[in-house]
Design a protein around this ligand. Sequence first.
Ligand SMILES: O=C(O)C(=O)C[C@]1(C(=O)O)C=C[C@@H](O)C=C1
Length: 268
Amino acid sequence: MDFMKPETVLDLANIRQALVRMEDTIVFDLIERSQFYSSPSVYEKNKFNIPNFDGTFLDWALQQMEIAHSQIRRYEAPDEIPFFPDIILPPILPPINYPKILANYSDEINVNAEIMEFYVKEIVPQVSCKVGDQTENLGSVSTCDIETLQAISRRIHFGKFVAEAKYQSDKPGYIKLILNKDVKGIEDSITNSAVEQKILERLVTKGESYGTDPSLKYSQKPQSKVDPKVIAKIYKDWIIPLTKKVEIDYLLRRLEDEEPELVEKYRV
Ligand SMILES: O=C(O)C(=O)C[C@]1(C(=O)O)C=C[C@@H](O)C=C1
């Protein structure tokens, strides 16, 4: 898909293909994280003495990274959402005039605070190789965390494109659901259990293959570096539900950016 060509971005088959590709990045990032200890010092507020800063070491490191990445134009892209939108800077590179694809409030749909919370509380304890700190690796842990968080955030906020594609494909149906504030109806209409099931099965296969040394493939002992079932469970319990939350939150506001005459047509 090409963000300069909206029709390629709003094609559900293309979006799903992009989501499948993102699984590779996320699975590899989780495997990378599994080399390290849980490293609680990285996630403890004000553990290190950082002048004029109130937060965890990871918050601080991620903020520094986002400041740099904002200047290299990362957050101009419609599929990149910062964790700290209030501290980012204008790009140094000239702006890109992306065609409008999403509704005008789309940047306000941001679940990164929830992503940070489940990452620290649920993912790190399940994928790290051992409980505790390993002093010399705290920096590596934080850079690995940043990569993983950014990959998961991009995947979850892709829900906006999924939602827009679904909205465009059935405006009358969605306008009625939105006017009725029918959250359950919206959730049912965006859910495709067969697609979800396939994702979970494929993640187990990817976890097994990517986590195994190819030369040991035929060994009797399982080699996976992260239990593939844990990877599938992270998707089932957190990544897919939050993607759906993004879709629902996006759709609930969708009439803010719709022709009033069209909305009136469906109001009873
Ligand atoms: O592919 C879709 O239709 C989506 O809405 C994305 C997604 C997902 O998170 O992967 C979420 C909800 C659907 O039930 C299936 C898959």
